[in-house]
Ligand binder design. Structure first.
Ligand code: PEP
Ligand code: MG
Length: 585
């Protein structure tokens, strides 16, 4: 019987492939495929590491003081024996030769295999000896240290899916190179940043699968059903065939959608709707253009900064990145958010995030986003100067994350003025920008008029707005069922932000642009409701744009507006469901 594991679906589609297990303790070793023809050189690297560790162990033994307990020498001998064991030497080399895994990856893969056979032992003493194997592997990894990125290169063309306890968002970025067909993690929620990046890759993904990384073994065949949040381990040929057919069908569906890329996004009753792209790196612009995005609604610039604690991108490097986005988008508006470091996007994964745990007590409520930037004005102003310089190259909007306090708004504006003055004093070319605020803290939504006075535009970050309104950690799978974008309190805040932004035209003299850039904007289930609230600008991952466009093309805003108001009036789940059903779709 095939094993079935349920988790939270975060990215659609079906993937079938062999499991590549990254156990959390070893997440920071390099994982890459060695080039064709380099397999023997990699086996030599492993051999050299074994020789180095043997020498190390021998030196340790020689240097033992005369009065050392005899067990110590015996332990060292056990480690030396393990080092020569075929399971570590020969079998690790097999992973390198047959799979082209680099030596570190091969070692951790082999350690998982050995650990499994130890797990099955009845004798507790023998079972515990896995610790010795782990120590030997750690020594070998240490001897091999100093190589490359987490994942790079491309495999043998084999279909591989990644299974891990957790993956930091920065590490997830490595998959942009497309090595894996899908991924699974034990932890995480639907709007955790890891899930968001997975969605941007448009590959099937399931998070919050609890025991998956323990139950799935290295190299198992698995099916990832990203539509239903289901994993099937070791599927029977009949199930496999069934999923292959579904995979083909979903590919056909995607092909049909692609035909909409050039169709104008306009509702049945003629309202134009702006569909913008959320991006993490300048390279994502290609996918945005391919999907027919009207511009970039959210560039999460923190991804330029992650895992570069010792070598943060300076003003020039940032300027280059922002300029590239403006150039790639060919005159379309580009909204660039200042860094949203902190919470589940630490600047330095090693320092802030270990084994799937954050080292801060309450990171989502801590030094995050604009709070972080204002705490480091030198770094903040370098980003602002880079942005102002890039603004000379095209239509650029600066978006500030996580504002709540008047003092933060004032300090931010003061820093922008200062950055501009610095550029002027140095005679450096710069351009005009529109300034916007993320509305993602309930306190900000509740005092929106203040934001509407100070800013040219607002963008609703529903991912955090849900998190902070309902006090639900968006990255915690154990409370994922309570993370509810349809909670009446959340809907009130979203609807009110949209309507107040429109109403501001009366006293501001010009409209205040309002968009939604959280995951709600890219979920077709919410398109009609948001249109009914009056939203005309949606920002989402390029992979979602065409699906949402299809909803827009079928929608009639005149009909939806009163129906959406009716949803707002319902607080009981059953009544709300009925009101939502009346929206159609
Ligand atoms: C949000 O909070 O909705 C948002 C778009 O920002 P992020 O997901 O990066 O926190
Ligand atoms: Mg946010």
């Amino acid at each position: 019987m095939a094993l079935q594991i349920f988790g939270i679906p975060v990215s659609r589609g079906v993937a079938v492939g062999r499991a590549v297990l990254l156990s959390s303790a070893r997440l920071d070793v390099a994982h890459y495929f060695v080039d064709h023809g380099q397999e023997e050189a990699e086996v030599d690297r492993l051999r050299a590491a074994r020789l180095a560790v043997r020498a190390e162990l021998e030196a340790l033994r020689d240097e033992l003081p005369a009065d050392a307990p005899p067990e110590l020498a015996a332990f060292i001998d056990v480690h030396k024996m393990l080092l020569d064991d075929l399971q570590i030497g020969r079998d690790t080399a097999t992973w390198i030769r047959e799979r082209r895994y680099n030596a570190e990856w091969a070692l951790t893969a082999q350690l998982d295999v050995i650990a499994r056979s130890f797990d099955e032992m009845d004798d507790v003493y023998l079972r515990d000896r896995i610790a010795d194997v782990e120590q030997v592997v750690e020594r070998l990894l240490h001897a091999l240290r100093g190589t490359g990125a987490l994942v790079r290169g491309s495999g043998n063309g084999e279909d591989l899916v990644l299974v891990a306890h957790d993956i930091a968002p920065a590490d997830m970025m490595q998959f942009k190179q497309g090595v894996f067909r899908g991924f699974v993690t034990d932890v995480g929620g639907k709007t955790s940043h890891t899930a968001i990046v997975a969605r941007s890759l448009d590959i099937p993904a399931v998070v919050g699968a609890r025991e998956a990384s323990r139950l799935i073994r290295q190299d198992d065949w698995i099916i990832i059903d990203g539509d239903n949040g289901l994993l099937i381990v070791d599927p029977s040929p009949i199930i496999l065939e069934d999923y292959r057919v579904r995979k083909q069908e979903s590919e056909l569906g995607r092909q049909r959608l692609r035909r909409l890329a050039k169709t104008a996004a306009r509702t049945l009753d003629g309202h134009p709707v702006e569909l913008l792209a959320n991006i993490e790196l300048p390279e994502d612009c290609a996918a945005a253009l391919e999907a027919g995005a009207a511009g970039v609604g959210l560039f999460r610039t923190e991804f330029l900064f992650m895992n570069r604690a010792d070598d943060l991108p300076g003003e020039d490097e940032q300027f280059e990145a922002y300029r590239r986005v403006l150039q790639a988008m060919q005159g379309r508006p580009v909204t660039i958010r200042t860094i949203d470091i902190g919470a589940d996007k630490p600047l330095d994964a090693d320092a802030d995030y270990r084994d799937g745990e954050f080292t801060h007590l309450n990171p989502a409520l801590g030094l995050r986003a604009i709070r972080y930037s204002l705490s480091d004005p030198v770094m903040f102003r370098a980003q602002l100067r880079a942005l102002l310089r890039a603004a000379a190259e095209g239509p650029l909007r600066i978006l500030i994350p996580m504002l709540a306090h008047v003092a933060e708004i004032r300090q931010t504006i003061a820093q922008i003025n200062l950055a501009r003055a610095e550029l002027e004093a140095a005679g450096v070319r710069h351009g005009p920008v529109e300034l916007g605020a993320m509305i993602e803290i309930p306190g900000a939504a509740l005092m929106l008029p203040l934001f509407l006075r100070q800013f040219d535009f607002v963008s609703v970050g529903t991912n955090d707005l849900v998190q902070y309104t309902l006090a639900i950690d968006r990255a915690d799978e154990s409370v994922a069922s309570l993370y509810d974008p349809l909670h009446p309190a959340v809907l009130q805040l979203v609807a009110q932000t949209i309507s107040q932004s429109h109403a501001a035209q009366a006293w501001k003299g010009h409209p205040v642009h309002v968009s939604v850039c959280g995951e709600m904007a890219g979920d077709p289930l919410f398109t009609r409701l948001l249109l009914g609230f009056g939203l005309r600008s949606f920002s989402m991952h390029p992979a979602q744009i065409l699906t949402v466009k299809q909803e827009v093309l079928r929608a009639d805003c005149g009909r939806l507006a009163p129906l959406a108001q009716a949803v707002l009036g319902e607080f009981e789940p059953e009544a709300q469901q009925r009101a939502l059903a009346a929206l159609g779709g």
